[in-house]
Design a binder for this molecule. Structure first.
Ligand code: PMV
Length: 306
């Protein structure tokens, strides 16, 4: 048992650019890391026998890792155990600008940063990912591993389940804007919806999953050649395809339409869908973010770098 935690650890948030859901079935996906996803700081509690406390005010979390009824506590305890870290004697405080449970990788930021608090900054990324996945299983059942990979590594990655990740070279920063719908959703529920539709209608769903895989590969080529017009069109097609899996939502369709009216080159739901966020590719005449701010539509501008 490791008695001490490192004082500070970080993880990336994430935006899935292409390939959510199809990635669960072994197809390629493209995800980008969002810097400053979550910073955790650890300090010893006066009583070393007291269960570790986890506080992340931005997500409304203030809990003991011994609280077996709370999924976040259970996931945190799972990660600590996986890394042979302490269950008692530490207060862990988190700071983040990411909304929770919105498809931006909040759970993977937590599990990756917790693993780093125990294993330290020099730990192998594979060890961090494995610990994160143990915690992610508490939240999502059988996650693809995409969120843990990007939360641990950042950058822009091509991810295929069970294969080594490939970093994608980005020639110039890619300007995105994330539009939270405010509609709550659960990754596990949305993943189950797709599985059920695939079981009912396999001959329809298989070609859609194949088209999503083709979209991810074509999107990688567009990113590598810095062809943002092409990338935007691929994102638009992907929104229709992923919605056809059964995880669309009128609020997401409205945000996609709003982004395109405002000059975005492309827009699509990102993450599990059913709510959560839209990601839009900002155009050269980048008036979209200020227009959204002026009308009070929540928007998070980000630039992704390889
Ligand atoms: O938890 P979210 O909303 O970021 O979605 C995860 C992405 C899925 O492809 C839907 C599930 C997975 O395990 O990859």
């Amino acid at each position: 048992m490791i008695a001490a935690l490192h004082p500070c650890a970080e993880a990336y948030g994430k935006v899935i650019v292409l390939g959510e859901h199809s990635v669960v079935y072994g197809k390629p996906a493209v995800a980008a890391g969002l810097p400053n996803g979550l910073v955790l700081r650890a300090r010893p509690l006066p009583d070393s026998a007291e269960p570790c406390r986890l506080r992340i005010p931005a997500w409304g979390l203030d809990l003991s890792v011994a609280d077996v009824d709370h999924p976040v506590a259970t996931a945190a305890a799972t990660v600590l155990d996986h890394c042979r870290g302490p269950r008692t004697g530490w207060a862990i405080d988190g700071e983040t600008c990411l909304p929770a449970r919105a498809g931006l990788g909040s759970s993977a930021t937590l599990t990756v940063a917790l693993a780093r608090l125990v294993l330290g900054p020099e730990a192998e990324v594979a060890a961090i990912e494995a610990a994160s996945l143990a915690g992610e299983r508490v939240f999502h059942g059988e996650p693809s591993g995409l969120d843990s990979a990007i939360a641990a590594r950042g950058g822009v990655l091509r991810f295929v389940r069970g294969e080594p990740v490939r970093p994608i070279a980005v020639r110039a920063p890619i300007p995105l804007v994330i539009l939270p719908s405010g509609v709550a959703r659960s990754t596990a529920v949305e993943v189950a919806k797709v599985r059920a539709r695939k079981e009912r209608l396999p001959t329809l769903l298989e070609p859609i999953l194949g088209a999503l895989a083709a979209a991810a590969e074509a999107g990688i080529a567009a990113i590598e050649s810095n062809d943002l017009g092409q990338l935007g069109e691929i994102m638009n097609v992907s929104h229709e395809l992923v919605s056809a899996l059964g995880v669309g939502h009128p609020a997401l369709d409205r945000l996609v339409a709003r982004a395109l009216e405002g000059g975005a080159l492309g827009a699509k739901l990102t993450g599990a869908g059913g709510g959560g966020c839209v990601v839009a590719l900002r155009g050269p005449d980048d008036a979209l973010v200020s227009a959204l701010a002026a009308e009070g539509t929540p928007a998070i501008p980000v630039e992704i770098h390889g």
